[in-house]
Write a protein that binds this ligand. Structure first.
Ligand code: 2P0
Length: 318
């Protein structure tokens, strides 16, 4: 009745932004992401018939804010007549700061909870369970470069490549949690941004360009469509009412650093999610120079580095 699992966050190059069906948490658009390896969340779940309520601890502290979402996810995995559970989460990177901690958390949670409940759904079923809790979490079940296709009925997720050694350098410009959750920001974008309908309508075009770039291992083509898609998503948010601006001064300064590295000929591009951190994607030979330039950029607190990694999986109990 107890199991532990690990998942890594994923960073979207072609972004998920908006929901087709809020009740089922189905995304309005397909997305393409990179599953990381050095950042992780480890979750352990223990169902216990003697408990009177679910309990959640994050990094050793009781965490009530996330408890309702965690309990609903456990209901979907183990059934609503399940025993209550003790859930412990450990995360080696900042939480709720635009570094996809909900993706790694819910991907690890569905694997740990299904194992603890003695169930063995296949990976797509686990991805759908994770996606019902947090749309991006569905992608962390899979390794490498991952495509999530948003169908009208349900999502389909697959790894399309795990042998292109892309590297990620994250410039952390702010450690604290973001002021507006991505779920709330997506709703506001859909309800008020004049660009939202165009965003949804043009997404498959970007997905096709990105898939073509990946199949040809064409870094510059992937860079162009990824930066375009990222800035388009943020334009949707900026034009919402009230506007949603996740960037800070250092986010823009980091963008200028990436532009300078690009003009020096380095294979690197940026992406930015629902938070102020800038993520630079590069080829391995450029990673030391990218990390060094971003760490010297004013406003950058620290640098995190990662290659691409495996999908969520069970860990042996220690
Ligand atoms: C993504 N983001 O594709 C996009 C880009 C943020 C910006 O998926 O409401 O926490 O839980 O389904 O997965 C963050 O949103 O949203 C996200 P919910 P989630 O990675």
């Amino acid at each position: 009745m107890r199991a532990t699992a690990q998942a890594q966050p994923n960073i979207a190059l072609i972004k998920y932004w908006g929901k087709r069906d809020a009740a089922r948490n189905l995304p309005a658009v397909s997305s393409l992401s990179l599953t990381l390896d050095s950042l992780w969340t480890r979750m352990s779940v223990q169902f216990d018939a003697t408990l009177g309520a679910d309990q959640l601890e994050v990094n050793g502290e009781p965490a009530t804010g996330m408890l309702t979402r965690v309990s609903r996810c456990l209901d979907r995995v183990a059934g609503s007549s399940r025993d209550f559970a003790t859930v412990r989460s450990d995360c080696n990177f900042p939480i709720a700061a635009g570094l996809a901690s909900s993706a790694s958390s819910f991907a690890a949670l569905v694997v740990a909870a299904s194992e603890a409940a003695g169930k063995s759904p296949d990976t797509l079923a686990l991805a759908r369970l994770a996606g019902a809790a947090s749309g991006s979490a569905a992608r962390s079940l899979y390794p490498g470069i991952v495509l999530l296709t948003a169908g009208s009925d349900d999502i389909v997720v697959q790894s399309i490549a795990d042998d292109w050694p892309l590297e990620l350098v994250v410039a952390v410009t702010e450690e604290s949690a973001k002021p507006v959750s991505s779920g709330e920001a997506m709703t506001r974008s859909a309800e008020s941004s004049p660009f939202y309908a165009t965003w949804v309508a043009r997404q498959d075009e970007d997905i096709r360009s990105a898939l073509d770039a990946v199949s040809r291992r064409d870094f510059l083509a992937l860079a162009a469509v990824s930066e375009h898609n990222c800035l388009k998503m943020h334009s949707v948010m900026w034009a919402s009412r009230p506007p949603i601006v996740y960037w800070n001064h250092a986010t823009l300064t980091c963008m200028q650093t990436v532009r300078r590295l690009q003009s020096d000929g380095l294979p690197v591009f940026f992406t930015i999610d629902a938070g102020p951190q800038l993520k630079a994607v590069c080829l391995p030979e450029a990673a030391p120079a990218v990390a060094s330039a971003l760490s010297e950029t004013p406003g950058v607190g620290r640098i995190l580095r990662s290659g691409l990694g495996a999908g969520a999986r069970r860990l042996q109990e220690t």
